[in-house]
Design a protein around this ligand. Structure first.
Ligand SMILES: Nc1ncnc2c1ncn2[C@@H]1O[C@H](COP(=O)(O)OP(=O)(O)OP(=O)(O)O)[C@@H](O)[C@H]1O
Length: 509
């Protein structure tokens, strides 16, 4: 039985009400005081007993009414909160000041692959496998710049929102892990926030200077743009700069990574879905990136991975600006500039029948090529210095510098993963180095030579063994920069399961 007692507030009234319940030896299981109400939960009473109790309560001075209610407001709020948390597709945790997980939503339980009870008995630093995380959290007042972490080999962007006690002291945080499938959108939203223009593209080599000049001109031409270049060369950075340099700069910029999502999800992300399009769909349907970016730009990364069905749907959109939401019968029309990017040879894919010629023609009205880092060696050391300064600031370490041997090692490296790999290498070295001068040994470089360069003829037994050796060393090398089967699969344009099987076979990870 739950009752709500309406009263006019005065000192001692709550106690007088509780005294009536005590007199009747009612075992009260919950009390919530939210003036002008006091809510009581107690075992059910027979109707006659309840009427008697109500009479007694109404005799307490200033009690105005006594009614039965379905639920105490606190319980109701908990129910709504639980529903709200359950409706979040991304994992959400609340942690206390020691990093202990206090609340975890359903998505968090699934992502961590452990029961909720086990999750609530652990800390976020243990879960993420980063014992230093708590110190970093405490130092930052439980507010960190968004950072990439991994749980169960899956990458997430970790966002923190500090919780404060009434005294103002940080008492923990709410942590949201943005799931891989929404990471592109999320990242683009963040980059949108930082609004990187051409100045964000570092490098003073003639190749980069020329590229920026060409890109600045193309940014102003309102036509589809295709950016080619190896992975990690900064294609997304360039796409954003072109948006920021266009007349659409005040409108949204959204990115979708076509390789990261299965076809059906990519379709609903891009084109949205109508009410009732599928089980689990939001009741009112959901606009896709094209609708949300109306007036702005959508960046389609890894366009070479787009399925034939989506290629056809995108082609239609590029032809007349119209499309239908998934499960919808209404034509929508929006004004969005498409910038796409790929590290794959699209012409060869067209010849092999894997990419539509007519779509390539439409996407490739304007094109830009991001040069590989090894082809503009003049940029390596200036970029390394900038990343070094950023990494020291982020890791709150005093300024560090590169030894001459470290500089030579950086210059000799092949940089298969380009600027991203250079950035990661420097960040890792800053976290690992014990002294303020980073030496060649701190850099963990492995690209200078390939196994094929070093294997003597006599060491090769069979083709199969040689290929297996090559595969193992390739995966070991790339795994450092793409430390999850999903990311590695994406880097190598292979399926997730094919890479997961090979990583297990070679005992990597
Ligand atoms: N010229 C540059 N100046 C500063 N940062 C750069 C530059 N080029 C790349 N980066 C950084 O390297 C990382 C990778 O860049 P980006 O995602 O734009 O590459 P990408 O070519 O789109 O990669 P992918 O093909 O794998 O999607 C980002 O963190 C980006 O900020």
């Amino acid at each position: 039985m739950r009752i709500a007692i309406l009263f006019a507030d005065r000192v001692g009234i709550a106690q007088e009400i509780l005294a009536v319940l005590a007199q009747r030896a009612l075992s009260v299981t919950a009390v919530e005081v939210e003036p002008p109400y006091i809510y009581i939960e107690a075992p059910a009473l027979a109707q006659a007993d309840f009427v008697k109790l109500r009479g007694q309560l109404q005799q307490v001075r200033d009690v105005q009414s006594v009614d039965v209610v379905d639920m105490l407001p606190g319980a109701q709020r908990r129910l709504y909160l639980a529903a709200l948390l359950a409706s979040q597709a991304d994992p959400v945790f609340a942690i206390d000041a020691q990093g202990r997980i206090v609340i975890a939503n359903g998505a968090a339980v699934t992502a961590c692959g452990m029961p909720e009870s086990a999750l609530l008995a652990t800390t976020i630093q243990t879960l993420i496998g980063d014992p230093g995380l708590l110190d970093v959290l405490v130092d930052g007042g439980f507010h960190l710049p968004v950072r990439e972490i991994e749980i169960h080999g899956e990458p997430y962007m970790l966002e923190t929102l500090p919780l404060h006690e009434t005294s103002g002291r940080a008492a923990g945080a709410v942590l949201t892990l943005h799931a891989p499938s929404r990471m592109g959108e999320r990242l683009s939203a963040l980059q949108n926030y930082n609004a990187g223009g051409f100045e964000a593209i570092l490098g003073k080599s003639p190749e980069i200077e020329q590229l920026k000049q060409r890109a600045a001109r193309m940014a102003q031409v309102d036509a589809p743009l295709l950016i080619t270049g190896e992975t990690g060369t900064g294609k997304e950075l360039l796409a954003h700069a072109c948006h920021a340099g266009s007349s659409r700069r005040a409108e949204p910029f959204f990115a979708l990574n076509c390789a990261a999502l299965p076809e059906s999800l990519a379709e609903s992300e891009l084109f949205g879905y109508s009410p009732g399009a599928f089980t689990g769909a939001l009741r009112g349907g959901k606009p896709g990136l094209l609708e949300m970016a109306d007036g702005g730009t959508v960046f389609l990364d890894e366009i070479g991975e787009m399925s034939p069905y989506l290629q056809a749907k995108l082609l239609r959109f590029l032809n007349d600006g119209s499309f239908r939401r998934v499960g919808g019968d209404r034509e929508a029309k929006v004004d969005v500039r498409i910038i796409s990017a790929t590290h794959r040879p699209l012409e060869a894919m067209v010849e092999a029948g894997h990419f539509r010629q007519d779509l390539l023609f439409r996407l490739n009205v304007l094109n830009l090529h991001m040069p590989a880092l090894r082809d503009r060696p003049g940029d390596i050391l200036p970029l390394a210095d900038t990343f070094l300064a950023r990494a020291c600031a982020q890791a709150a370490r005093p300024a560090m510098r590169l030894s001459p041997a470290a500089k030579s090692a950086l210059l000799a490296n092949r940089w298969i993963g380009n600027v991203r790999q250079l950035q990661n290498t420097i960040f890792r070295a800053v976290t690992m180095a014990e002294r303020l001068v980073i030496d060649a040994g701190d850099l963990e470089l492995a690209d200078a030579t390939t196994p094929a360069d070093t294997t003597a003829d006599g060491d090769i037994t069979t083709l199969e063994a040689a290929v297996a050796d090559f595969e193992k060393s390739l995966l070991q090398r790339l795994y450092r920069d793409y430390p999850s089967s999903r990311r590695l699969a994406k880097r190598l344009a292979a399926s997730h399961s094919a890479i997961a099987v090979r990583l297990r076979r070679h005992g990597i990870g």
